[in-house]
Design a protein around this ligand. Structure first.
Ligand code: ADP
Length: 398
């Protein structure tokens, strides 16, 4: 079975074609500048062959997907002989709200639910819908599956997801904590289950990339997570502030004359390690600047490590103990320094790191010493494979 995994942003489209018999990625790629004036770009990477770069206007997502399919069946850079080899399409969808608690075959009910969640995911859900409709038009009759970024977190208890504000806002607008990166947290939890050899565990998963979030997972179910109504909450991130006193918004409006929208942009796009360091939103650049003596780069990273460390402590309390901590995504997978700094001072929880193992990269591994009471794992995330696995499972039941 071959599955096309599609991740539509407002002006971009990422894809992977995966052979589910071997779980090999046959091709991947990215189309950019969709729906914008001027030229769009498509970078198509067939596995084991030269990558192909093309430019043409993409007035909408359908035109971009048409070109993607053309590349996939191309005699030179293609990886399949006909579009009929695509058995199903799996879509990443940002927000499933409270109705979509797991992945689902796309039908009218699911489409309406995604539409209903547009106010909760105003940038992503409309783009996800456009992608789904474009694939339906080009691949009629091919089953399509939606995999939601919020779904894995839907097991949180009410006292974890409800904000202590007047209850009517929850009733009227479903205003509550949802959490994001769910597909990644679920994939690494699945791998942790296999690596630990049990499905009974108290685990904290740390997805640390440009966007960052932690999840407290009990026996495979999320009990809490650090992002909230939107992906702005929680840890300090590349450009996002994470949790701040909500009064910061009014304070900045009063002092600087900003509108609420302007403060929202500042907190989402100009804060985090970029805002504090003044150097970059890229962790590698900020680590480099710190090593060259830039004190604000040092401070930005200290805030980041401190917040992840505190969140691990909070979640140990929420879970009533801790069996394992897992690191994933750009920083979590690649920065041994970040992992060491985050876990600094947590020896009292029974955490001991083996720095030789910690220095390794690019593979699933345990980085704790044999005596460490808490296991510490590094697992490369693979959201596309998770989407493809769900798609396969649901399509096989049709
Ligand atoms: P996203 O998918 O949220 O854009 P990623 O998971 O790809 O993010 O993570 C990107 C971040 O990971 C970047 O800020 C990058 O600097 C950081 N990163 C990648 N490799 C390293 C490394 N070796 N050391 C420190 N940070 C790294």
């Amino acid at each position: 079975m071959k599955i096309l995994v599609v991740n539509c942003g407002s002006s971009s489209l990422k894809y992977q074609l995966i052979d589910m018999d071997t779980q090999d990625v046959l091709a991947s790629g990215l189309a950019e500048r969709i729906g914008m004036t001027g030229i769009g770009q498509l970078t198509h990477k067939p596995t084991g062959k030269e990558k192909v770069y093309s430019e043409q206007p993409f007035p909408d997502h359908q035109v971009a997907i048409e070109l993607v399919l053309k590349r996939l069946v191309d005699p030179v850079c293609g990886v399949i002989t006909s579009m009929e080899e695509i058995d199903a399409v799996g879509h990443r969808v940002l927000h499933g709200g409270m109705k979509c608690t797991e992945s689902a075959i796309i039908n009218d009910y699911v489409l309406a639910a995604i539409e209903e969640c547009v106010p909760l995911g105003p940038l992503h859900n409309p783009a996800n819908l456009i992608g789904i409709r474009a694939c339906e038009a080009i691949l009629p009759g091919v089953p399509q599956v939606a995999v939601f970024d919020t779904a894995f977190h839907q097991t949180m208890p009410d006292y974890a997801y409800l904000y202590p504000i007047p209850y009517e806002y929850f009733e009227k607008h479903q205003l509550r904590k949802y959490g994001f990166h769910g597909t990644s947290h679920r994939y690494v939890t699945m791998r942790a289950q296999e690596m630990l050899g049990t499905d009974k565990f108290k685990l904290v998963t740390c997805h640390l990339g440009n966007g960052a979030s932690c999840a407290a997972v009990l026996d495979g179910k999320v009990m809490d997570t650090s992002m909230g109504l939107t992906p702005l909450d929680g840890l300090c991130m590349g450009t996002r502030s994470g949790t701040v006193d909500p009064a910061v918004v009014k304070f900045l409006c009063d002092k600087e004359g900003y509108t609420v929208d302007e403060v929202d942009t500042i907190l989402n796009k100009k804060s985090g390690i970029l805002g504090v360091s003044g150097v970059s939103n890229d962790f590698r650049d900020v680590e480099k600047a710190m090593n060259e003596g830039n004190d604000r780069a040092r401070l930005a990273l200290d805030i980041f490590y401190y917040r992840v460390r505190m969140t691990i402590g909070q979640y140990a309390a929420a879970l009533g103990g801790l069996d394992a901590i897992l690191f994933t995504a750009g920083v979590g997978e690649n920065s041994a320094y970040a992992r060491t700094r985050i876990l600094e001072g947590l020896e009292f929880l029974g955490i001991e790191i083996d720095e030789t193992e910690n220095a390794k990269r690019g593979e699933e591994l345990f980085i704790n010493t044999p005596d460490s009471k808490v296991k510490v794992m590094v697992v490369p995330t693979n959201e596309e494979l998770m989407i493809a696995l769900d798609t396969k499972e649901l399509v096989e039941k049709l």
